[in-house]
Design a protein around this ligand. Structure first.
Ligand SMILES: NC(=O)c1ccc[n+]([C@@H]2O[C@H](COP(=O)([O-])OP(=O)(O)OC[C@H]3O[C@@H](n4cnc5c(N)ncnc54)[C@H](O)[C@@H]3O)[C@@H](O)[C@H]2O)c1
Length: 347
């Protein structure tokens, strides 16, 4: 397609506000309507960005001036909204986790494939500067073949849980593993390739939620024997942070946020210490300090949407796709089963 891509955004909550701001700044995208069941929230956002507001998402996704729909609502609503949009021939960018059940996520992928439209999962952490830098080191071959990944994501819980539904497993499909953990499982696949087997534990060590663990510990193995350790926590007193340590045959890279930072090293052969280097992304640090963490998130959304817009124009799927979103959910579900049954589970 040519010309501007009309965007319908469903959800005017905390992520919706940041995504709407990102759409407004993404070249080639035009925000045409914001939908939220809380009409006043949709109207407040719409007046800021000069578009329509409507409570009924079904009529919003049907509009002929909409080419792309962004779904930023609680996960149990994702499938119905995304599938309706897809059936109207719209391309969909859906927030993580892709859905609250594997069945819903599969239905979303199948619907998009059948209709021939693009479905992208909102794994915006791939677009963080440190993560993109790590990916580029890996794909350039500078750290050799990736052997192991050590992934961590944490926050303290409490006020940092955000909306109440976040700790309701019936809405999200789980706890820490499908919340902050889903980003680092996606990054694990991004850096290591797809995983085959998983084993792990989930536990409620502090917060007494019934179907939403506050800590999850997972081990994954690829078909050719590479290994990953993934820990997602809702009990980290240090605040929100995540880090990915990637070790290869010829070096390593550690990418983290916050602060946005990457450390890496190269070695001529196994057994020789690598010389350590750091990248502190100085321009980035200045902007984040001036405009807060929101700038960082919006920046990642702009890059993600620029990629998606290019995919829509060329008709080529843009990773992470819906299927990538489904694979990370399958990783989480393998760990939930493993924790219950005590076995290693095929992902
Ligand atoms: N990418 C990230 O890093 C990141 C971070 C946080 C949250 N998220 C994801 O973003 C999504 C939204 O999270 P949030 O924190 O903005 O939640 P939120 O609760 O702040 O916002 C959700 C919005 O959806 C609206 N809504 C609920 N039911 C609706 C309906 N039937 N029709 C229309 N609107 C409806 C609510 O009124 C609310 O405004 C979730 O999938 C969440 O997992 C992603």
């Amino acid at each position: 397609m040519s010309g501007e891509i009309g965007v319908c955004h469903i959800g005017a909550g905390s992520i919706g506000a940041l995504r709407a701001a990102a759409v407004a700044k993404t070249p080639g995208l035009k925000l045409v309507v914001i939908s939220d069941i809380r009409l006043e929230a949709a109207q407040a956002l719409a007046s800021k960005f000069g578009c329509d507001a409507i409570a009924d998402w079904k009529s919003a996704v049907a509009r002929p001036d909409v080419d792309m729909v962004i779904v930023s609502t609680p996960p149990s609503l994702h499938a119905d909204m995304a599938i309706a949009a897809i059936e109207h021939g719209k391309h969909v960018l859906c927030e993580k986790p892709l859905a609250h059940t594997l069945e819903d996520a599969e239905r979303m992928c199948e619907a998009a494939e059948k209709k021939g439209v693009l479905l992208k999962t909102g794994f915006n952490h791939r677009y963080f500067e440190s993560m993109a830098f790590a990916k580029q080191l890996i794909t350039s071959g500078r750290i050799g073949k990736v052997l192991t990944v050590n992934a961590y994501a944490g926050h303290p819980g409490g006020k940092e849980f955000g909306p109440a539904w976040v700790t309701d497993g019936a809405v999200t499909g789980g706890g820490s593993l499908v919340d902050n953990g889903i980003h680092i499982m996606d990054l694990t696949r991004f850096f290591l390739g797809d995983v085959e087997m998983g084993k792990g534990y989930v536990a409620n060590l502090v917060w007494p939620f019934e179907k939403a663990e506050d800590n999850s510990f997972a081990l994954f193995s690829t078909a050719d024997g590479a290994k990953a350790y993934v820990h997602a926590s809702w009990t980290d007193p240090r605040g929100y942070l995540f880090s990915m340590e990637v070790f290869g045959t010829k070096g390593y890279v550690i990418a983290s946020y916050p602060p946005m930072m990457a450390e890496w090293g190269e070695t001529p052969e196994a057994g020789i210490r690598a010389k350590r280097h750091w990248n502190v992304f100085p321009m980035f640090q200045i902007k984040e300090r001036a405009f807060s963490w929101r700038w960082t998130i919006i920046n990642s959304f702009i890059k993600e949407m620029t990629d998606f817009a290019e995919g829509i124009r060329t008709g080529k799927p843009v990773e992470p796709t819906g299927r990538d979103g489904l694979r990370t959910m399958q990783m989480a579900h393998a760990i939930y089963r493993s924790s219950k049954e005590g076995n290693e589970i095929k992902v």
